[in-house]
Design a protein around this ligand. Structure first.
Ligand code: NAD
Length: 448
């Protein structure tokens, strides 16, 4: 197959040392930025065809991320790539020690469909910045965006440096038989395990950006109006198909009534109606059927409506939900929001800690003890206090999961490090030999 040939070409090109030039990397990043800018309209059209995402949402949650990433690396590349001098210990005097961040080599990026541009191109941008050659495989599920990215990359870049291909599980399995220097995967925990297993056979390092059930705690000390507003935005943006979307709510019994009313009010205010151009559809029939199957008609607090022809599902709040309910088994990944309640804050933290470590967790509270306990007691990839989702927009924060929600991270400097090897160099003077170092270890040396 052609990609096996390209894989070989990319390895050879990497060994030519060309990608080690900072100037070369910057030129490639600028080229990518310029071609995205030039064809930005096509990006909006393709994603709209895939799942009805608005131009505004696509710009704010996808395209602007790509521009920011590229600008970040253009601005910071010299600093990030510069060898770093570190202290030299006594045993190695007189010498100089440094850490060189070298590119790993030829890397594979496998994307997910739900933020297809960001999740495919952002890791590729970091890999380019770090000096690698890259093969990119977008998700076939969002077929229009996948086709666009593949065509755009392959018509712009030399294939020995950056190449994209379309493909499903079968193509991905064939790709995984090749030896890469790194695999960066975004997708489900189920497929993440397949990737990890295949990579292990070649001893290839992986970054796995996976999913999970991300909880939100709404405490009695929360501004419940603001909590509801931010949660409704973060849950229903992209039709709920966001890896860090609030999956379920744990609300203190004392404020649950007020909180639920605000939830309903904001869903109405944001006008997520059947004909709304600002509300995404479900990606395919399979996911539509799965999601509709999670709506327990006896527990609908608001919403619940759907249309299979347009794959529209109304923003749906379920209450009161129990841990045993079907909707609490797996990541929802759609516009259904289960609400459970708790009596004590400790009980909420304990409940979260009993489950798989989520990709994100959120707390709404103005109580400093609760904030501290939330940050320290439970494990999750990353999260926010009095906010949802937005932590991933700060390039100074690492983005990634823990446990079942993944391993490794990226964004900003973390992305650069993800695609680099930290090579240690000790450069010693050729004089000043320590007298005791070499054998034979005579008595006089041992008794020194
Ligand atoms: P998915 O795991 O079905 O697919 C992801 C990629 O894996 C696609 O490119 C697909 O072609 C490939 N793939 C699918 N089956 C495969 C197989 N058997 N062998 C090899 N490759 C295979 O995930 P998805 O449906 O695209 O995305 C949804 C999931 O991704 C959710 O769980 C979500 O939480 C997670 N996600 C995580 C992040 C993150 O940054 N952590 C971001 C977005 C989505």
């Amino acid at each position: 197959m052609i990609f096996q040939q390209i894989h070989k070409e990319q390895q050879e090109f990497f060994h030519s040392q060309k990608t080690k030039s900072i100037k070369y990397r910057k030129m490639q990043l600028e080229l990518l930025r310029d071609v995205i800018k030039k064809r930005e309209k096509e990006f909006y059209t393709a994603i709209d065809k895939d799942f009805g995402k608005s131009e505004f949402d696509t710009y704010t949650t996808e395209i602007s991320f790509l521009y920011n990433d590229i600008e970040f690396y253009l601005k910071n590349l010299n600093r990030l790539a510069k060898p770093k001098r570190v202290k030299t210990n006594l045993a190695n005097q007189l010498g100089k020690s440094s850490v060189i961040k070298e590119p790993l080599g030829n890397v594979l990026v496998i994307g997910a469909w739900n933020y297809p541009y960001q999740l495919t191109l952002s890791p590729a941008i970091a890999a380019i910045a770090a000096g690698n050659t890259v093969i990119v495989k977008p998700s076939e599920i969002a077929s229009h965006t996948s086709r666009l990215m593949v065509e755009l990359i392959n018509s712009t870049f030399s294939r020995e440096f950056l190449y994209a291909l379309e493909g499903d599980a079968e193509i991905t399995s064939a790709l995984l038989k090749l030896k890469f220097d790194k695999i960066f995967f975004t997708g489900s925990t189920r497929v993440g395990k397949i990737i990890y297993e295949a990579a292990a056979k070649q001893l290839t390092p992986v970054t796995l950006e996976l999913g999970g059930k991300s909880p939100v705690i709404v405490s009695e000390y929360a501004d419940v109006d603001l909590a509801a507003k931010r949660i409704v935005w973060g849950k229903f943006i992209n039709g709920g198909q966001t890896c860090v979307a609030p999956d379920y709510i744990l609300v203190d019994k004392k404020v649950q009534g007020k909180f639920l009313e605000h939830l309903r009010r904001y869903i109405d205010t944001f006008a997520y109606k059947v004909d709304s151009p600002h509300y995404s559809r479900i990606i395919n029939d399979k996911n539509f059927q799965r999601l509709v199957g999670l709506i327990d008609s006896e527990k609908i607090y608001c919403g619940g409506g759907s249309n299979p022809l347009t794959r529209f599902i109304e923003p749906t709040v379920l209450f009161p939900v129990a841990w045993e309910d079907k909707v609490m088994e797996d990541e929802i990944f759609g516009p259904i929001l289960p609400v459970l309640s708790f009596h004590t804050f400790s009980e909420a933290l304990h409940a979260i800690s009993q489950r798989e470590k989520p990709l994100a967790a959120y707390l709404f509270s103005n109580n400093s003890k609760e904030k501290k306990a939330f940050s320290e007691r439970i494990s999750f990839g990353g999260g926010c206090i009095n906010e949802v989702v937005m932590h991933l927009s700060n390039e100074n924060l690492p983005f990634g999961g823990v446990g079942n929600s993944g391993m490794g991270n990226y964004h900003g400097e973390y992305g650069f490090d993800t695609f680099s090897h930290k090579k240690a160099i000790l450069d010693r003077m050729t004089w000043g030999e320590p007298p005791l170092r070499y054998p034979p270890y005579t008595d006089s040396k041992l008794n020194w």
